[in-house]
Design a protein around this ligand. Sequence first.
Ligand code: ADP
Ligand code: MG
Ligand code: MG
Length: 900
Amino acid sequence: MKKNVYFFGDGKADGRATDKNLLGGKGANLAEMTSLGIPVPPGFTITTDVCVEYLKQDTYPQGMEQELNDALAGVEKIMGQKFGDSENPLLVSVRSGARQSMPGMMETVLNVGLTSGTIPGLIKKTGNERFVYDAYRRLIMMYSDVVMEKAAGIEPPNGEGIRNQLEELMDAMKEKRDVTLDTDLTTDDLKSLVAQFKEKISDVLGKPFPDNARDQLLGGIEAVFRSWNGKRAISYRKIENIPHEWGTAVNVQTMVFGNMGNSSATGVAFTRNPATGENVFYGEWLVNAQGEDVVAGTRTPNPLNEANKTEDTQHLASLETAMPEVYQQLVTIRNGLEKHYHDMQDIEFTIQEGRLWMLQTRNGKRNGVAAIRMAGEMVEEGLIDKATAIMRVQPKQLDEIMHPMVDPKAEFKAGAIAKGLPAGPGGGTGQIVFTADDAENWAKDGKQVILVRNETSPEDVHGMHAAEAILTAKGGMTSHAALVARGWGKCCIVGCSALQINAKAKTMIVGGKTFKEGDWITLNGTIGKVYEGKLNLIEPDLEKNKDYQILMDIADELRTLKIRTNADRPEDAQQARDFGAQGIGLCRTEHMFFDPERILAMREMIVAEDETTRRKAVMKLLPFQRADFKGILAAMSPFPVTIRLLDPPLHEFVTLDDGQITELANELGITENHLRNRVSALHESNPMLGHRGCRLGVAYPEITEMQARAIFEATAELTKEGKTVFPEVMVPLVGTVTELSNQNAIINQMAADVKAETGVNFEYMVGTMIELPRACVTADEIAKEAEFFSFGTNDLTQTTYGFSRDDIGGFLPIYLDEKILKNDPFQSIDQNGVGELVKMGVQKGRSTKKDLKIGVCGEHGGDPDSIDFFHRAGLNYVSCSPYRVPIARLAAAQAAIRNK
Ligand code: ADP
Ligand code: MG
Ligand code: MG
């Protein structure tokens, strides 16, 4: 028969730490600590399976009550006490404990077993009447709240719950006695309170407080089970993605009392500081109190030891000085627990008349700073191995330390005014501006601005660069604003649909409130929240961050994937190198054309109607491009740089206002009308599927010629200067091998020409982006013409799903809500669909060329789950924006460990 109840006590336990699914985290660890010989009050755990069955069928499994009686008898035997006994009564706590901790969501009742029948015996035995009534009033408060109200499904309006009403009575009593602390109430005060409590409960809930120990116990157990389906618990599980089927376990455990006077106490602690990671025992305690008091904040807790003292707590006694022997015992347990669990623990303890008891241990939650520091230090201490250290840090925790952060304290107080998609992590604060030019001008005047727009386009880039942060009402995680911001590591929130922006009037309305140009707002791009006003930011400094360096060294040692970066400018390339990039996986050339000096030549080229005019315009761009490539190749030397030939639909460059039309028509010597006609002829209904990618180079070979020439001349010049550089020319959007051979011929011809003209020999490669399903399917043929592949997973996702990445924002939220999609396929690669095409491309490509170098340069290159997939798919490298390079290094190491 299935076991429903697991006993622990006196050094022996039925369960162990690995039984979390069945016993919940609390129960499993209470069992484990008991077996380790740590002093734990004896008790038993009723399994999560019982909970599941009880919630389904409203009865307990057969045999459960017998097991409960046996376990209770076992506890009574160890304690030499009896539950409900009038002479020597045993009291217990009834504690919830799910597989995964759900802080504050589940219920616990202390001091169960106090009745008119057991109270006199306990007073006689302890000689401490005040303590007994303090315990009793606590039982009444918790029990009426948890069992008689919540579990009964009663939902009083906010602030009118039974517990609040009882607290009001207690406050009134304190006022009457002119005291502030619970501990200042006398025995008589407590007795009178208990009577008032019972009356109030009968009045409000229409039932008397139960005066039978066994009723209390069974009521408590039932209530904990039911609390699994409480409103708060359900919504918490939704947010944290915890399955509703799990259920909670119940722990029934002998009470130990921290409220028996001044040699008694209770506390919570972390074996290391969870905010800094420092290897210092860290915690809080209260004398003469029960556990809930520390967390509830009814009294300011004392620092655990001298090292924990702050200005505010300087005057309070530490446990280290107040009870040195108990403190030393606790330190020994702390060391033992860390050795045993190989991780930082979060513990609860209680001291009853000088004797220490442990009530809980679990792996402690920590922020990014602490996670990174602990991982490195625990390796040094020999507590964990390198692979474990790498797995301990979540990639998003690395993100936390790379950007200025909104001060969590300020944020907590502020309360968000709107929420959008967290496109660029970190914090940003500034004055609102509504145009890119304003952003630039205000920034020149030394102001801090946030650029607020419905959406951004390449023409806004200067303003985006000048802004502290970017906020848009539209767009998704791969919208223009998001890509650009992430590339610069800039704080950015997109798709914030609560904003009503009127760019003309320079106002924005959020939640009924109007914000004007110049008003201050603050963004937390890590979670997508917008705040009114100027909140304090905290600055990072990675170079000086020794803990970060140690972790990254370990990651580099363990990973097999190389990490490159997507960068278009030498400064970005340098930034990425500082972050550890080993080359450029994608240098987009089109961003180089928006400079005012170049855009005119670019436009001339685009609207040209014959080859001679086009060639003339194109060649004007050659010196600019050569200088650009020189800069970026030099910045990455000796690492390789993949340069993608011109890719975007041309009309992106010819959205012209009247002034620009006049200027361009003059330059070309044609009429404005003629020019307007030409521009409208370029219009496409589906530009993403239109005349772009290699289709441009095929139609206008002079563009490819110019770009290839610029790349190779830059290479020749740098080689002459003694620099080691390695360009990889990448042809975009190839769907058939013949497109690639067409472009290859031009590129190779240019290389030969430049070698002949300069007399310099240099190396280079020509390869292709694989970003169309047809390219994956025919990768074996394409590989004959390609020296490398780079998966462009943005376009590949777009063309495989048929989702426009610019328009997915319209329905993606619904798809996610309805669970039609698990996540945004432009953020994390769709492994079953798009991923299968990637695998096919790899396998087919390498069937032609065994050692074909293959990478990925889509946004997915910086996403940890996608990186794991690319590792498994056998890629050589991933390429991502500079600020994601450290995250990719960590994620690549984790992939290598996970897939060993
Ligand atoms: P939570 O999961 O919310 O922390 P717990 O079940 O751990 O709930 O209990 C709440 C408080 O009561 C904690 O401070 C805990 O230490 C204390 N507590 C629980 N059981 C006992 C017990 N048997 N004796 C003394 N204190 C207890
Ligand atoms: Mg607890
Ligand atoms: Mg593409």
